[in-house]
Design a protein around this ligand. Structure first.
Ligand code: UGA
Length: 439
């Protein structure tokens, strides 16, 4: 089989590479010439564990190629995946200009039956707009070429995207014809070895599934953050409560870790978009509005603890920050809670020295020289008044606290992800603050 994937960002590149990995002939297309030139030299625009090697291997086997030429690349394809960005517009709604521009370009150039698949996260109703755009272009050309539009939302987690694609929990595809269903079935057959389902449904339901999944996960997190804050007030320990409720299979033990709020490019954007879609259609998403509120507040929880500990006087104090990215195993800084915390500390005249295993370059784009960047996690600690654990990278989980204690001026740890044991740290002479645990 042969496919084209338009857009070589995070979703497009992972999708294209994983399809190539199972033997499908893939061309990844982008209008950004520099990006394509780099990809041809195996220079990737994003960091994702394992992706670089996989791109190199499949390019070498000539199953994966890169091009700026959509017109040629889509000829003879069974399907064309649209995986371009949908940046939030000023009002928070997803901007579809790139998606629709690709649809037009497909309409201008396709010469045989094609399934056009929306892979970008797009509001319910977008597939219809894509269909219309293609129809209009075919009409301009005066040709009648059959095509179908399908919606195939992605459920990849940054840092685990390859595994998520190769061994998916489920694949959701919205189709409106048997012919399109057959093409999609053939394409995804190699990924169904683990017995997990390929679920076909109508197109609007597939589009909605993506938002409902992310909104549900964001709800779980905000709910647990709310419970964590109440635990603190009531003298309970959220780590215990989490274990207590998570062992009920109806609740499950995943995505119930309290912290400093969810970030990234998906949850904040998708929660906003769903609230908006609802309100545009005369409905109010009351639960999701609270999910957003709780998340905004949660980004200040660690900072408030710091302010309290230092009696409101942070001027001249030095804070060591471990972890900048919105979560481990990614360099993604979008909506990272670290940015909110750092800004608040700087506003109070504090000094910040941070270390992140991969996100420092990315962080510099938004933070510039306003903070110092440590060479490693230990260097950030020299003469620090407190350590802030912001992102739970594996290498921060079990540091040598004897070394930590010698390097720091004050032995205070603010643990935004509850990865350390309070009793253990207290015994080592540290003052410990977690989220939703007894201080
Ligand atoms: C999320 C979804 O998990 C994917 O299924 C989805 O495909 C993706 O969005 C998307 O729409 O593209 P991602 O944003 O990469 O994936 O990251 P997650 O691992 O879901 O984490 C999101 C945020 O929630 C992070 O800030 C993380 O720290 C936070 N989180 C997660 C918690 O605070 N507690 C938890 O228990 C789990």
């Amino acid at each position: 089989m042969r496919i084209a994937v338009v857009g070589t960002g995070y979703v497009g590149l992972v999708t294209g590479t994983c399809f190539a990995e199972v033997g499908i002939d893939v061309t990844c297309i982008d209008i950004d010439q520099k990006k394509i030139e780099n990809l041809k030299k195996n220079i990737l625009p994003i960091y994702e564990p394992g992706l670089e090697e996989m791109v190199a291997r499949n390019a070498q086997k000539e199953r994966l190629s890169f091009s700026t030429d959509l017109a040629t690349s889509i000829q003879g394809c069974d399907a064309a995946f649209i995986a371009v960005g949908t940046p939030p517009g000023e009002d928070g709604s997803a901007d579809l200009k790139y998606v629709l521009a690709v649809a037009r370009s497909i309409g201008q150039n396709m010469n045989s039956y094609l399934v056009v698949v929306t892979k970008s996260t797009v509001p319910v109703g977008t597939a219809n707009k894509v269909r219309k755009a293609i129809e209009e272009e075919l009409e301009v050309r005066g040709v009648d070429i059959p095509f179908d539009v399908a919606s195939n939302p992605e459920f990849l987690k940054e840092g685990a995207a390859i595994d998520d694609f190769l061994k998916p929990d489920r694949i959701v595809v919205g189709v409106c014809s048997q012919r399109a269903q057959e093409v999609m079935k053939k394409l995804y057959k190699p990924f169904l070895m683990n017995g997990h389902p390929l679920i076909f449904m109508d197109v609007p339901s597939a589009e909605m599934t993506k938002y409902a999944a992310n909104a549900m996960l964001a709800t779980k997190i905000s709910f647990m953050n709310d419970i964590a804050n109440l635990c603190e007030i009531m003298g309970a320990d959220v780590n215990m409560v989490r274990k207590g409720i998570g062992s009920d299979v109806r609740i499950g033990n995943k995505f119930i870790y309290p912290g400093i709020g969810y970030g990234g490019s998906c949850f904040p954007k998708d929660v906003k978009a769903l609230i908006r879609t609802a309100s545009e259609n005369g409905y109010e998403m009351k639960v999701l509005k609270s999910v957003e509120d709780v998340n905004e507040n949660q980004k200040s929880v660690l900072y408030n603890k710091i302010l309290n500990h230092f009696s409101g006087d942070l001027a001249g104090k030095t804070f060591a920050i471990w972890g900048l990215s919105f979560k481990p195993k990614t360099d993604d800084m979008r909506e990272a809670p670290s940015l909110v915390i750092i800004q608040k500390l700087l506003e109070q005249g504090a000094k910040v020295r941070a270390y992140d295993p991969v996100a420092m370059k990315e962080a510099q784009h938004s933070l510039g020289d306003s903070i110092e960047y440590g060479k490693d996690e230990y260097e950030t600690l020299i003469d620090a008044d407190a350590l802030l654990l912001v992102t739970e990278w594996p290498e921060f989980r079990s540091p040598n606290f004897n070394v930590v204690s010698k390097l720091m001026k004050e032995k205070v740890v603010f643990d935004g992800r509850n990865i350390y044991d309070a009793t253990d740290l207290n015994e080592k002479g540290f003052t410990y603050y977690g989220i939703g645990v007894k201080q």
